[in-house]
Design a protein around this ligand. Sequence first.
Ligand code: 5GP
Ligand code: ZN
Length: 106
Amino acid sequence: MTDCIFCKIANKEIPTELIYEDENYVAFNDIAPKAKTHILIIPKKHIERFDEIESTEDLKLTEWLFTVAHKIIKQKNLHGCRLQVNCGKDHGQEVFHIHLHLLSNS
Ligand code: 5GP
Ligand code: ZN
């Protein structure tokens, strides 16, 4: 999607240091961290919000965000974290491209 900031990060149109990348996902530091470690993990595919997913393919892609989070937790040797997905404006979602927040103070 042309107007989406996270698509632009995933497509490298906006240069951002990537903490993790594979065929389907990227992870990068939140621009306004709310913990010592605050990483956003996103699918490269533009999916707007978790609660409105209709297809099995998009649901599977989203489930794997937790697998990527687990890899990063191990890689960074984090002990204790908070994983959060906001769905909808009234529940704190500001960027409408699905992302998993990984927050840790360890
Ligand atoms: P949401 O509120 O949608 O769940 O989370 C969006 C997050 O994206 C916020 O924590 C915000 O700080 C972060 N964010 C917004 N724009 C950018 C950006 O351009 N770059 C990065 N790295 N993070 C962003
Ligand atoms: Zn997008």
